[in-house]
Ligand binder design. Structure first.
Ligand code: SF4
Length: 459
């Protein structure tokens, strides 16, 4: 299994990796496909059909905006978040997109973007088709894409062969498929999870570039915390949710030096860092998918907790993120990181598990303790449903990241007081999560048809 750190941790935009980043990537890929197929010059109009969870909650997740951006050739990693409203408004006003930033084609979102809320395609709930039409309305070409979670996108051919953007190319030295294999490889090579993952990454690019890339990911995570701590206001979408991080940041700063009597003040900081990222995510700001956008606050918050409380260094940050990648790859391979497939256990649960393992590694834990921490991080998130109010990644998502970060720290502490031996293996808990997701009713899987989404009346 070859899933790269740079696939699990992608610099992008909010609010959703599966409903915003994925559709944007798919739309961009469709433009490139038209170009490569020689169809772009004859394309007069584009029509997009959204199915399943994408159609049900895409409105609250800015899927329409993402499609417009992607058709115009914008990339989630490089688009300027400040420029997004102007690009979207121009498409709505002119009813035109510039495919790949160049070729003009009609695209009136009100007519050409069709939401099939009652239809779900068999391979995955997040499906979308893109159709290119000529000036007479004839079909020039059509592609089907699936957004399978965490910003990973498969086209119809990749879905049929079960390969694609989730698998980095090239033979890797540590090709593990399960937690048990990962532990056994570490034992026989005398290496940590992080050292094995680094060796795998170095197959794709030189070591220096890998390390620079990891440092850039950590920096982008911290930048999203810092921006989220600064920017005040009301989050978009109509729920009128107030951004809480700036006030909490000011309060904590003003308490500096007077916190000695409060043994739990560190929890306030962890809550702040996690919520700051997820408020930034909800505001369509720049965040790192980790491993999804809905759960993007947990790993940055726990990484900063280690940095601030244990004098973290570039070296420990790399160890943390490489270890978290090994754990996330196991979920991606053997279960799912998509809320639309397995509920929030696949987003917040997986991020919690990854953060618990990463923190344990940064603290010098053994491979067995890391595996134990990752297992605890998921075990107590099993069954967690996805029920965002009004389809917005705000309630319960923002606070849920704060809870996930705190739980990850506790999972690491529980693992560190033991020697790594435990009853439930990481593989067992991953399989349990997968089965629980299969049994979970669709209304709890990013459809906003159940749970808090129906019991909380949006005003
Ligand atoms: S409830 Fe969880 S899975 Fe659902 S949108 Fe929020 S963070 Fe994502």
């Amino acid at each position: 299994m070859s899933i790269s750190l740079f696939e699990l941790f992608k610099i992008g935009i909010g609010p959703s990796s599966s409903h915003t980043v994925g559709p944007m990537i798919a739309a961009r890929r469709f433009g490139k496909w038209l170009e490569a197929s020689g169809l772009i010059a004859a394309t007069d109009r584009v029509r997009v059909d959204l199915y399943g969870s994408l159609a049900l909650t895409g409105g609250g997740h800015a899927t329409d905006t993402a499609i417009m951006l992607g058709l115009c050739g914008e990339d989630p990693a490089t688009v300027d978040p400040e420029a997004i409203p102007a690009i979207r408004d121009r498409v709505i006003e002119t009813k035109m997109v510039r495919i790949g930033g160049q070729h003009p084609a009609h695209f009136a979102p009100a007519d050409d973007l069709v939401w099939h809320q009652r239809e779900r395609l068999p391979f995955h709930s997040n499906a979308m088709t893109f159709t290119a039409l000529d000036a007479t309305g004839g079909v020039l070409g059509k592609r089907l894409y699936y957004s399978i979670g965490g910003g990973f996108v498969l086209d119809e051919d990749e879905a049929a062969s079960n390969s694609g953007s989730g698998d980095a190319q090239g033979a890797i030295p540590f090709d593990f498929g399960s937690g048990a294999e990962l532990l056994a490889m570490g034992e026989s090579a005398g290496l940590t999870f992080a050292e094995m993952m680094l060796a795998n990454e170095c197959v794709h690019q030189p070591r220096e570039r890998v390390l620079e890339g990891i440092d850039a990911i950590a920096e982008a995570m911290f930048a999203s915390i810092d921006r989220g701590c600064r920017i005040e206001g009301i989050l978009p979408g109509g729920l009128r949710v107030k951004r809480r991080a700036p006030a909490l940041a000011l309060d904590l700063a003003s308490r500096h030096g007077s916190n000695l009597g409060d043994p739990l003040v560190v929890l306030d900081w962890v809550n702040l860092w996690a919520m700051a990222v997820n408020e930034e995510n909800a505001a369509i700001g720049r965040v790192v998918t980790a491993p999804t956008n809905g759960a993007a606050g947990i790993i940055p918050a726990v990484l900063r907790f280690h940095d601030r409380c244990y004098r973290g260094t570039a070296e420990t940050r790399r160890t943390f993120l490489l270890t978290a990648t090994a754990i996330g790859a196991l979920y991606k391979k053997n279960a799912s990181i998509s809320g639309a497939e397995v509920g929030c256990q696949g987003e917040v649960g997986v991020a919690c598990s990854m953060a618990a393992g990463g923190l344990t590694a940064a603290l010098g834990g053994s491979n067995a303790q890391i595996e134990n921490a990752a297992e605890i991080g998921m075990e107590h998130n099993l069954g967690l449903t996805c029920d965002p109010v009004s389809g917005l990644v705000q309630i319960p998502c923002i606070e849920r990241n704060a809870m996930g970060a705190v739980k990850a720290i506790d999972a690491s502490r529980l693992a560190m007081i033991g020697d790594g031996s435990h009853m439930v293996s990481l593989d067992k808990v991953i399989e349990t999560m997968r089965q629980t997701g299969l049994d979970m009713r669709d209304k709890y899987k990013e459809t906003s048809l159940g749970g808090l989404a129906v019991n909380v009346v949006a005003c």
